[in-house]
Write a protein that binds this ligand. Structure first.
Ligand code: ARG
Length: 579
């Protein structure tokens, strides 16, 4: 149950009953701090302005028409015409119990949409580096939340597995195999090194460069031997990415790969279609679509090239074919792209053409969810000490290594095997959470010390908070599933925590609506902070605490643990019983 939505619906109905036009919404928002109110509706002001009435009168009339049943215990008009809502204690307690009986913790399913999510999507010529981290983990978190809400999600890993650079790479692979009789696996063990070798060869040796260019033509015309080499190259590169997905506990698999090469045969058809319907025109030998919506420096419609003079196709051409496929064949209701914000103009142009040409109907939602750059402490893109790109694999390994040291430095009686498992979860969790907890659209600074800290808004802090809640049950020697009594919310800390627990679905809803996982991170952080205050103020296992109070508080603890575990899971972060 989403309290905010429930209140919005009830208030909207009251406004209509009070004669306020439907176009005015109640604007119900949760209070930032517990105490004065739990929620507030501040839609009376705008309505009053339009109806030329006093906002407090309008607010009064809304209250008179409200049918909230036992949800609220007090409503009051404040300031110029806000309505403060105080929820009913008893009702809150029952809701907490109810949500805990539900395996989705009260998060209701939406009417299922087919959502195609484009994420990770590395170029295969190179090994995955830190630049691919954000798309991979932000995309995966949103995918998990969408599935949790009952949507039909189709993951699309739009890998760059086509294009002129493959001629060069295939020529290099062939030459290395001929010269040293190495297997393709051996040659491609380090993709980065391999790419450098190919590039050097291409720049230094004209015969090699010519071979590479011939191979591009052969590849595009479907030459079997060359296609075979390409296939091998692609396969090995994909394996590299899959190792990273596994390390990162990301849900992408081989079946989600739908790379650029898959659209190869659609490209001439697409260009022909756009030409025949006069969306695209010849311009200096190239085929372009002029877009009124995007003006160039001189104020003229800016051209989007879809076929070059030499007949080659471009990134935009593939993306158009891709939309046709996702809309037409996959029957998507919603397309979400997790790509660097710097590709925004490209995406907006593609979306505009797709709409005009009718590849995307008006009802299809086209969304580019761009993200900022991950920077080093100098504020520049994160690099190795020697200035090279940081491989994602080494980044994850380093995170796990650092987490191992961290756990060993604490007083611990954990076995080596336990430490290994915990360090894996803490290390990966720290890297993911540091990224997911930042507003997606901003750049952020990658910092090992802050992400691995046990204090503040970090994964280790939340994972540790979870183990602390769980340890209460071990100490009390209670199996939470045997707790039968009801919840009472006496202390203000209990009440504040209960409301926060019930807001889990509001956080999840926002993640899928706006593709903002940081909302869920903030939620979980606030939940654990409120838990800490509750824990300080409300003794549980101390002597003298009545049985019913103890059980009620244990139930609250259980609800907190379940919510934290589920919330972190949606972010792709695992919890453990001890650490
Ligand atoms: N391969 C591209 C890159 O590394 C990202 C592709 C994103 N997806 C898309 N449909 N354009 O920049």
């Amino acid at each position: 149950m989403n309290i905010r939505e429930l209140l919005n619906q009830q208030f909207q109905a009251a406004m209509i009953a009070a004669g306020i036009p439907y176009s005015y919404s109640p604007h119900v928002t949760p209070a930032k701090k517990a105490g004065f109110r739990d929620y507030q509706a501040n839609g009376a002001m705008a309505a009053a302005k339009a109806m030329k009435d006093n906002p407090r009168n309008i607010a009064q009339s809304i209250i008179e028409h409200l049918e909230l049943g036992d949800i609220a215990e007090k409503l009051e008009i404040a300031g110029p015409g806000f309505i403060n809502i105080h929820l009913n204690q008893q009702w809150l307690a029952e809701q907490v119990l109810d949500t805990q009986r539900d395996e989705k913790l009260g998060v209701e399913k939406d009417a299922a949409q087919t959502v195609v999510v484009d994420y990770s999507s590395p170029n295969l010529a190179k090994e995955m580096h830190v630049g691919h981290l954000r798309s991979t983990i932000i995309g995966d978190a949103v995918v998990k939340a969408l599935e949790f809400k009952g949507h039909h999600v189709i993951r699309q890993n739009h890998v760059g597995d086509w294009g002129t650079q493959f001629g060069m790479l295939i020529a290099e692979l062939e030459s290395q195999q001929q010269n040293a009789d190495t297997s393709a696996e051996m040659a491609l063990q380090d993709l980065e090194v391999f790419y450098q070798q190919a590039k050097k060869h291409f720049d230094d040796d004209e015969t090699f460069a010519q071979t590479a260019r011939d191979y591009v033509v052969k590849l595009q015309s479907g030459d079997e031997a060359i296609l075979n080499m390409w296939q091998q190259f692609r396969d090995i590169s994909l394996k590299h990415s899959e190792e990273i997905y596994e390390k990162l506990n990301v849900s992408l698999t081989r079946t989600d790969v739908m790379g650029e090469s898959a659209y190869n045969k659609d490209l001439p058809v697409l260009v022909e279609d756009l030409k025949s319907r006069e969306f695209a025109v010849e311009d200096n030998g190239a085929t372009v679509v002029f877009l009124e919506e995007f003006k160039d420096k001189e104020g003229k419609p800016s051209p989007a090239i879809i076929q070059k003079q030499d007949g080659g196709y471009l990134y935009a051409t593939t993306d158009l074919a891709c939309i046709r496929h996702r809309a037409g064949t996959l029957k998507a209701d919603r397309l979400m792209y997790f790509i660097d914000a710097r590709q925004n103009l490209h995406m907006q142009q593609v979306f505009t053409i797709a709409r005009k040409a009718g590849y995307a109907s008006e009802s299809l939602s086209l969304e580019h969810h761009g993200f900022g750059t991950m920077n080093g402490s100098d504020g520049k893109p994160f690099k190795t000490r020697s200035g090279g790109t940081v491989k994602l694999a080494s980044l994850v390994d380093e995170a796990i290594e650092r987490a191992t040291q961290l756990i060993k430095a604490r007083e611990t009686d954990l076995s080596d095997q336990d430490i290994k498992e915990i360090a894996q979860k803490v290390g990966v969790g720290a890297v993911k959470y540091a990224d997911l907890s930042k507003t997606r659209t901003n750049d952020y600074i990658f910092n090992w010390d802050s992400m691995l800290s046990f204090e503040g808004n970090t994964a280790p802090y939340l994972q540790y908070a979870y183990t602390r809640v769980r340890s209460i049950f071990r100490k009390a020697n209670v199996d939470p599933s045997t707790l039968k009594s009801s919840i009472t919310l006496e202390a203000p800390q209990e009440r504040a925590l209960a409301i926060k627990l019930l807001q889990f679905s509001e956080a999840v809803d926002q993640v899928i609506k706006e593709a903002f996982p940081h909302v869920l991170c903030t939620y979980l952080y606030e939940l654990s902070s409120l838990y800490m205050s509750f824990y300080e103020a409300c003794p549980i296992l101390k002597d003298g605490v009545e049985q019913s109070a103890r059980e009620s508080r244990l139930l609250i603890c259980e609800a907190v643990a379940n919510t934290m575990k589920q919330g972190l899971e949606l972010l792709g972060i695992e919890v453990m019983e001890r650490m």
